[in-house]
Design a protein around this ligand. Structure first.
Ligand SMILES: [Zn+2]
Length: 161
């Protein structure tokens, strides 16, 4: 892939981010596998139709199509099973989690939007399974965002630091 011809259009910018890791059971082989996602804090810049507003809310990034080099390298090191792949449901490619055993695609919709899923914690057990690392590194991303219990949890945590 040539980086000269690919024109990323980041719609999310922040001076820091979190990598959140949890685990889920693979829908194909049923084994437990690690999954990862990125959360940006409240105050991140969100570009919507020519205007750029600091967001009032933390947000988890879904269907991540583009990530600048340094966060991409960190994500690749921490979560080698998260790499660019085509999603039939989204009809485009994004940085997708995969089962570390059988390489099945673990799509973002299932991980982020299903209550009780790895990035939609409900019970204290769900929260205990989540591992969070903070990176004070600038991030630029092209992604959809979602504001759910995970983002709210990190927002509360962010205010304490
Ligand atoms: Zn599997």
């Amino acid at each position: 892939m040539s980086s000269q011809t690919f024109q990323p259009q980041p719609n999310i910018k922040s001076n820091m981010f979190y990598i959140v890791q949890s685990s889920t059971s693979c829908w194909i082989c049923k084994k437990t596998t690690e999954v990862a996602c990125i959360v940006v804090p409240q105050g991140h810049e969100s570009f919507e139709s020519d205007s750029c507003l600091p967001s009032e809310y933390a947000a988890s990034l879904n269907e991540l199509e583009y990530l600048n080099d340094e966060p991409l390298t960190i994500l690749g090191r921490l979560a080698p099973s998260c790499f660019l792949d085509y999603s039939q449901q989204a009809d485009h490619s994004y940085l997708m989690n995969h089962c570390s055993h059988c390489r099945a695609k673990l799509g973002d919709f299932y991980l982020h939007s299903e209550p009780g899923g790895p990035f939609f914690p409900i019970t204290s057990e769900d929260y205990k399974a989540i591992h969070i690392q903070r990176f004070d590194i600038a991030i630029e991303a092209e992604a959809s965002t979602s504001i759910g219990p995970l983002a709210e949890f990190l927002e509360a945590k962010h205010e304490c630091t």
